[in-house]
Structure formats: structure tokens, C-alpha cells
Design a protein around this ligand. Structure first.
Ligand SMILES: Cc1ncc(COP(=O)(O)O)c(C=O)c1O
Length: 409
């Protein structure tokens, strides 16, 4: 049984004592990062209190215990997204994972090749490709969006030619919240022999993901968006692709041999990509976050967030001064503006009511050209939010009239 009141008790920041500008905290910025349950905080602390040693180095008991805990975390991640353990590389987050793929593929792409993206993508899924384009003379081509701002199969087909070598698309847009049909998009990309990269930063926290079923070549996400610590993330890749890709990071822990002539060889995947001391506590915390999410159930999380989103959309209709840009998307992201109020000022206004929302371009600067607005307010829900949280957002939005007066006076 999904019991949000019980769930909220697990989150220290939701214990009812925390305030923002003197008002009870209403946290609606989960697209940026999520709050952490006690179970995750405890798992990290337990590593520091009881293990503390580095991995892949020592021959003493604590070092062995660190290896076991780190490997166990990798196993949990692999099972969570339907991969094999050896296909899971721990990184610092989505941004690092995408840069690692871009670095690896910068060596495989040639002048005249095409990379396909679309204008809803986050900066992390745009700028690494821009860099390759500049260095290698590769063309960046955009999949046109439909009138809602969605990536469709028909539109992919319009730009998918034989010279497309790589397609990189988000599963869920961090601004509009549409869920892309990744399985079919990847199938089409594969028909022309392109490699398919999926940005799962905004999907993995909210729905069941099975990378084998999706048949994507690479899949990336960040721990901190699914209740895990910051500074830990995942790069999944099909084993053969990872084995045939160079590592962006070189150093201790990932090499098999090196000699005075400057020759070196890699350890096998995934170790070859994890140079240096990794975020061991973060990986263990990610394992604990996955246990936590699975104890609630990803299907329950998705269903509950859909229900909350519908409630929020219905209530927002009471605010004639609010324009919602993505009312047809089903995930827990609501992107809107209050008439005549710059988004950043609206953010400060919500803060005054204890409500934390994100404002600005949300790192998707290409999209705002498409929407013809400079910036928007983003409310992003998670499974610990309640209808009362949404009521607080609506109450604050309804006060927008007074705020508008204050703004223009
Ligand atoms: C869709 C998407 N991709 C990539 C990122 C980058 O994630 P991180 O900052 O954790 O690397 C984000 C973060 O908001 C995102 O929403």
C-alpha cells in the first residue's frame, strides 16, 4: 500500500520543522535534485563509520569489505535497470557519463558524419556533441519537434539518413516532461547503423527502466535525482561497445600495465572507466536508494506522480494568470509562467510562501527559443509530495495579482 504520510517520515527535511522564509518547507524542485531518506544517509554514514577503506587496493579485511560493498552497489544498479554488472560504470553523474561517451565516440566519428539530437535536450546532452562537431567536422542535426514539443517517430524518420552515426535523446524532457518512445526511436536509429544514447536523468527516478528491453546502446543517469547522494551516477553501455571505447579518465585503478616507453593497457570494463578513487560512499548510498525505491515500487511511484500531476493541472485552472506549457505531458513536471511576471521574480515570490520551484532556462537553452519565452517556472514532483504541497503552490500563485502590482510599482 502506497502511504505518503509514512514515506515522508523517512525524510529528515520533511519532518515538519524545516522552514523557508519562515514558512513550512514545500519542496517542488525534484527535477533539480531530490531529498534523501534516512536509509540512504545511514548507508553512507555506515560506510564511513564501519569500513572507511579504499577499494581495489588493500589486502586487509576493511579493504575487502569496501570491495564487497562497492560491488554489491553495482549489482543493485545493474538489476534496477536490467543490465549486467559489468556494463555498469560508476561516474559522478549524467553530465560525466555523457561526456565520457562523447569522448569515446569523438575517436570513432569522421568529417561528414551526423549526430542527431533535438532542442529539448539538457546542456549535458548538447555541449559534448557540439565539441565533437567542432573538432571533427561532424554535423549536428536536430530532430524537429511536433506542436507539443515532443520528439516523434515520424519526425525522426525525416532526418534519419545513412550518414547519421549517433542519436542522443532524453527519455523524459527536464522542462516539458514528455516521455519519448525510446524503444522505437532506438530501433529506427539502429536501422541505419547509428549508435543510440539515452539520457535517463529524468526517467530513471520515476519509472521502471529496462535497458535491454529498450535496446539502447548507452543509458545514463544521476543518483541524486533518485534519492541517492550527489556526486554519483551511472553510465550503462553494451559490453562490447564499452570494451571498444577509450576511457576519458586515465590513472590508478584502471590500467593493467604501463611501461617507460609510454605504453599502457586497460583493465576490463567497467574498471577501465573508473580511474582514481571513486565515490565509494556515494555508490553505497545509491545502492541504498535503489533498495528504498524498490521497497515502494517503481510502478506505485509512477502512478502516484501521475495522479498528483493531474491534481496540480486541475487546480492550476483556477489561476487565469498562469500559462502551462506542457499540460498534455503525464510525468510530474509542470512548466509555467505567471502573466507579466519574469520567472525569476515568480521564484522569489514562491519562496516567500515556503515553496521551492526552479526558474530560468533549466539548462535547456535551445528549447526556450522554441517556446518563445526567456524563462519559465518549473514545478517538479516526487513520490513524497502531497496534494497539500500543490495547494501551497496554488495559494501562492493566486497571490500573483498582488505580486504583479508590487512588481510594476
Ligand atoms: C535531462 C537531464 N540531463 C542531464 C542532466 C544533468 O544531470 P547532472 O547535473 O546530475 O549531471 C539533468 C539535470 O538536471 C537533466 O535533467
Amino acid at each position: 500500500m502506497f502511504d505518503v504520510k509514512k514515506i515522508r517520515k523517512d525524510f529528515p527535511l520533511l519532518d515538519g520543522t524545516k522552514t523557508v522564509d519562515g514558512k513550512p518547507l514545500v519542496y517542488l524542485d525534484n527535477g533539480a535534485t531530490t531529498l534523501k531518506p534516512r536509509q540512504v544517509i545511514d548507508a553512507e554514514v555506515k560506510y564511513y563509520e564501519n569500513i572507511g577503506a579504499n577499494i581495489h587496493r588493500g589486502d586487509y579485511e576493511l579493504a575487502y569489505n569496501a570491495d564487497v560493498a562497492y560491488s554489491e552497489a553495482r549489482r543493485k544498479v545493474a538489476k534496477f535497470i536490467g543490465a549486467d554488472d559489468k556494463e555498469i560504470v560508476f561516474t559522478s553523474g549524467t553530465t560525466m557519463s555523457l561526456n565520457m561517451v562523447a569522448y569515446g565516440y569523438s575517436k570513432k566519428l569522421n568529417k561528414g558524419d551526423v549526430i542527431l539530437i533535438d532542442v529539448t535536450e539538457h546542456a549535458s546532452n548538447v555541449l559534448p556533441w557540439f565539441n565533437i562537431a567542432k573538432e571533427k567536422g561532424v554535423e549536428i542535426r536536430y530532430i524537429p519537434l511536433n506542436e507539443n514539443g515532443e520528439v516523434t517517430l515520424e519526425n525522426l524518420k525525416k532526418v534519419l539518413t545513412e550518414d547519421v552515426k549517433l542519436v542522443s535523446i532524453t527519455q523524459v524532457s527536464n522542462v516539458l516532461g514528455y516521455v519519448n518512445d525510446i524503444k522505437e526511436l532506438a530501433r529506427l536509429a539502429h536501422e541505419v547503423g547509428a549508435v543510440f544514447v539515452c539520457d535517463g536523468a529524468q526517467s530513471t527516478p520515476h519509472m521502471k527502466v529496462d535497458v535491454k528491453d529498450l535496446d539502447v546502446d548507452f543509458f545514463v543517469f544521476s543518483g541524486h535525482k533518485l534519492c541517492a547522494p550527489t556526486g554519483i551516477g551511472v553510465l550503462y553501455g553494451k559490453y562490447d561497445l564499452l570494451e571498444n571505447m577509450d576511457s576519458m579518465l586515465l590513472g590508478g585503478g584502471m590500467n593493467n600495465t604501463f611501461n617507460i616507453l609510454g605504453e599502457f593497457s586497460y583493465l576490463p570494463t567497467p574498471t577501465k572507466f573508473e580511474a582514481g578513487t571513486p565515490n565509494i560512499a556515494g555508490a553505497i548510498g545509491l545502492g541504498a536508494a535503489i533498495d528504498y525505491l524498490e521497497s515502494i515500487g517503481m510502478d506505485n511511484i509512477e502512478a502516484y506522480e501521475k495522479e498528483l500531476k493531474q491534481y496540480a493541472l486541475e487546480r492550476l485552472k483556477e489561476c487565469p494568470n498562469v500559462t502551462v506549457y506542457n499540460s498534455s505531458s503525464t510525468t510530474g513536471i509542470i512548466d509555467f509562467n505567471i502573466e507579466g511576471v519574469p520567472a525569476q521574480d515568480a521564484g522569489s515570490h514562491f519562496n516567500h510562501y515556503g515553496v521551492c520551484v526552479r526558474t530560468g532556462e533549466h539548462c535547456a537553452k535551445l528549447l526556450h527559443n522554441y517556446l518563445h519565452v526567456d524563462s519559465t517556472v518549473r514545478c517538479s514532483l516526487y513520490f513524497y509530495n502531497t496534494k497539500e504541497d500543490i495547494d501551497a503552490l496554488i495559494d501562492a500563485a493566486k497571490e500573483g495579482g498582488d505580486f504583479l502590482d508590487a512588481f510594476f510599482n
